[in-house]
Design a protein around this ligand. Structure first.
Ligand code: 9GP
Length: 818
């Protein structure tokens, strides 16, 4: 490490080594000689936190004392990734760390590897939240991330002998976790159940039980901003720790029941919700973190005030609802204002309405949460009353705007009928100031399809903020070689906080020497990834092949099945000698994905991919020509290794289904070429990097819709393309299941008879574009030139730009002190 990418701390490597020694001694209780790499990791984390603590304190002080509105980012997921390198970078201590650890006699990689990656999120949504709080801090905007400190995050994925996914609990807190600060003194009470009574003409909620929400605070250091914000994750504890009476009667299980019930609330990310108990637990979780956070925000911004003037609340903080999970915050703020602070309905509504905004991250109707009113009534009876009243007010307001009664009926927040349902996306749209989608196409489809009635009536609320990713983690930390080359090309490292500067690389794409250096960086990253994959998974990846990656959650709409069918087809072609040895472009296909535990088709697809990998990789006829790898337990660490090494990435969802995608941005910024459909943010990536630098294929949204309307018959595509027929037949005939024709039957039946996401319809186009891809790849200089142009033109996809958009169009605030 030679280059300095953040303002260097004046601390020398020797001084930093002393600080680590001190933490080893006073915190860990070991000498440097006795220490393990894990001790050094904890000691380093503790030392770096101390470097950040003054900025943390001054940021909080300035936020409360000043007049800059803060942002409260409410999210059920924060997929932070490992913290150490990010904290060191932002504290300006990266170089000192490398030297200090060496001085202490440790291997830097061992120390870095000692950190356990927290998996407090599922995928893109949670990682986006993490990128956004990084950018908020880097821009100096006062902000809180508010969420849940799950004891178990997303499961740890393993594969069994048959290649099937096995889920194991991921107890990420099993070892010392040095980043979170548990603050028992700032806990909040969160109530549930009971009933609502009238006392002196006032509604009074008499809850049946309560949980203690204890904040665990994580510093969120900004890059080169001198600001440190807070990620506050709530952990559930019981007020009635333990029933001694029951215990002494030997009723050991009963004795801890209240404790278990309370702690279940923050036990696990997205508990299985196919049972009524599972549904209730999810709603309990959602209410738990938003209720605690709202109380917390009032405590923070009106310290010690008995009767705060909460009409000023919207000027102190605004809450961003990340998808529908935190939407129960809207009736909660109403309840707090009316029941606890005595405001009348209209004033409370005016405050609430100005305090919330909503980001929708999906186009799949099933991902927009709908709660049964009965369940809400059981858990949160006062909130159900408030929601019903909001609904009445809404329906009345609609009556003044349209006389289309069918439309009004469709828009009801609470449906009519025997078993009323509450539409959380509708509540969020009506209850807040702005609604945004996460890519231009997505925002348009929200207006035209998903929330069409709402956009007709409340058009002004709708806006777009195209997602972005943090260049600190996803270029600087993940890809130090490329970072150094960019800095060399631009003559400065200021691009790390102003990613538009990457455009300065455009002229260098004409400079063959620079392009060759760029190609050398990619090759070195491929070698590094191959070593990593050997070490971690015992894979033998040939770095001289094209590395072709598809990493994302496993979902039918993302169409991993399209990719695996194409691999099968290539395999068949090589086997049959249809393509001559000279015409084969050696390729390594890498998948990374977890499937939701209850999602059968996705899990079967995983099994198929693993078995295709087993057959292909063990077949001497294809050795050196085609290989398939599926590293288990895809996480941010793996992404940070694989993305910089990838030549070609896959963004092949059915058009109109992927809201945005953020992997596509990370790949483009790391110099991979993309093969993709016109979906989500692909559309904007292609516009920016140039159509000639993007491998486009497949149906458009309109074509998809037209085909649905006409009547889609997947079998006709199977019959028409022999490549497809052969691939599907090989799945059906047991080639990848040791002769068992039944194993993949559900997949095959679905492909041939339903294929809702039209994998078969796009197959031919997908296969045809492979020719173009391979022709270009055979010209390494031209390929690298285009890949470099992807980097140079993707600065727009920085999360700093996305945050600027939110600040300007939605939050109407900015950096502290401005
Ligand atoms: O599926 C979207 C993905 O396209 C997007 O990039 C990400 C961040 O905006 O959100 C995902 N949505 C969800 O995870 C659930 O709505």
């Amino acid at each position: 490490m030679t280059e300095h990418t953040a303002p260097m701390s004046p601390t020398t490597p020797g001084e930093f080594a002393d600080e680590i020694r001190k933490e080893l001694k006073y915190t860990q209780g070991v000498t440097a000689e006795q220490a393990t790499p894990a001790d050094v990791y904890v000691a380093t984390a503790t030392a770096v936190r101390k470097h950040l603590v003054d900025s943390w304190a001054s940021t909080q002080h300035d936020m409360v004392a000043g007049s800059t509105k803060a942002v409260g980012y409410f999210s059920a997921e924060f997929l932070m990734g490992k913290q150490l390198l990010n904290a060191l970078l932002n504290a300006g201590l990266s170089d000192q760390f490398y030297d200090a650890v060496k001085e202490l006699g440790f291997d830097v990689q061992d120390v870095i590897d000692s950190e356990y990656e927290p998996g407090l999120g599922n995928g893109g949504l949670g990682r986006l939240a993490a990128c956004y709080i990084d950018s908020l801090a880097s821009k100096g905007v006062p902000a809180f991330g508010y969420g849940i400190q799950y004891r178990y995050g997303i499961f740890k994925q393993e594969f069994d002998e048959q290649g099937a996914q096995v889920e194991r609990p991921d107890y990420w807190l099993a070892n010392e976790e040095p980043w979170g600060h548990i603050d028992y003194n700032r806990s909040q009470r969160v109530n549930y159940g009971g009933s609502v009574v009238e006392e002196n003409g006032k509604k009074v909620w008499k809850p049946a039980w309560s949980v203690r929400a204890v904040p665990v605070d994580y510093m969120v250091p900004g890059y080169a901003s001198g600001r440190v914000n807070t990620l506050r994750l709530w952990s559930a504890k019981s007020y009635d720790e333990f029933d001694l009476l029951a215990f002494n009667k030997s009723e050991y299980v009963d004795a801890v029941k209240p404790q278990v019930a309370a702690e279940n609330i923050s036990k696990i990310l997205y508990p299985e919700d196919s049972t009524p108990q599972g549904k209730a637990l999810r709603l309990e979780q959602q209410y738990f973190f938003v209720a605690a956070s709202i109380q917390d925000a009032i405590r923070v911004f009106y310290p010690g005030e008995e009767n705060p003037d909460l009409t000023t609340f919207p000027s102190k903080i605004c809450f961003q609802l990340n998808d529908t999970h935190p939407v129960i915050g809207i009736p909660e703020l109403m309840r707090v204002l009316i029941d606890e602070y005595g405001y009348d309905w209209d004033t409370a509504w005016s405050i609430t309405n100005k305090s919330f905004n909503y980001t929708c991250h999906t186009l799949l109707p099933e991902a927009l949460e709908v709660w049964s009113a009965k369940l809400i009534g059981e858990l949160l009876p006062r909130h159900l009353e408030i929601i019903n009243k909001i609904n009445e007010q809404f329906v009345a307001e609609l009556g003044t705007k349209t006389n289309d009664s069918a439309k009004i009926d469709r828009m009801r927040i609470v449906t009519d009928g025997e078993d009323p349902q509450v539409h959380m996306a509708y509540l969020a749209t009506y209850g807040g100031l702005h609604v945004n989608g996460v890519a231009a196409l997505h925002s348009q489809l929200l207006k035209d399809v998903t929330l069409r009635d709402f956009s007709d009536v409340y058009g002004d609320k709708f806006t777009n903020v195209t997602n972005g990713v943090t260049p600190r983690r996803f270029i600087r930390i993940a890809n130090p070689r490329l970072s150094a080359l960019i800095t060399e090309g631009l003559g400065t490292d200021r691009w790390l906080s102003d990613l538009d500067m990457l455009e300065g690389l455009v002229p260098l794409a004409k400079d063959d020497e620079f392009v060759k250096k760029f190609a050398a960086v990619k090759q070195a990253n491929k070698v590094a990834f191959s070593n990593y994959a050997k070490r971690e998974y015992d894979f033998d990846i040939d770095p001289n092949t094209m590395v072709n990656s598809m990493i994302k959650r496993l979902h039918e709409y993302k169409r991993q099945s399209l990719k695996i069918l194409s691999v099968i087809s290539q395999y068949a072609d090589i086997k049959s000698g249809k393509v001559s040895a000279d015409d084969i472009l050696p390729r390594t296909v890498v998948f990374g994905a977890k499937a939701a535990p209850g999602y059968k088709m996705a899990k079967l697809t995983i099994q198929l991919i693993n078995n295709v990998a087993r057959v292909v990789n063990n077949d001497p006829d294809v050795k050196g020509k085609l290989a398939v790898y599926y590293p288990w337990n895809y996480n941010i660490r793996l992404a940070q290794h694989l993305i910089p090494a990838t030549d070609l990435d896959e963004q092949i969802s059915q058009a109109g289904k992927e809201a945005s995608g953020t992997g596509n941005m990370k790949f483009a910024l790391n110099g991979a070429m993309t093969v993709g459909t016109l979906d989500g943010a692909n559309v904007e990536i292609r516009e920016r990097v140039g159509a000639e630098n993007f491998f486009l294929f497949g149906m458009t949204v309109d074509e998809v819709e037209a085909l649905y309307a006409k009547g889609y018959e997947p079998k006709s595509y199977y019959e028409a393309d022999p490549r497809l027929k052969q691939a599907v037949d090989m799945v059906a005939d047991g080639t990848f299941s040791e002769g068992d024709k039944g194993l993949y039957e559900p997949l095959v039946t679905d492909w041939l008879n339903k294929d809702y996401f039209m994998t078969l319809a796009d197959f031919s186009a997908y296969m045809d574009i492979q020719g173009e891809i391979e022709t270009l790849y055979r010209e390494p200089l031209e390929w690298s030139r285009k890949a470099l142009l992807n980097v140079a033109n993707s600065g727009f996809f920085s999360s700093d730009r996305a945050i600027d958009d939110y600040l300007r169009d939605i939050w109407e605030t900015g950096p502290l002190g401005e």
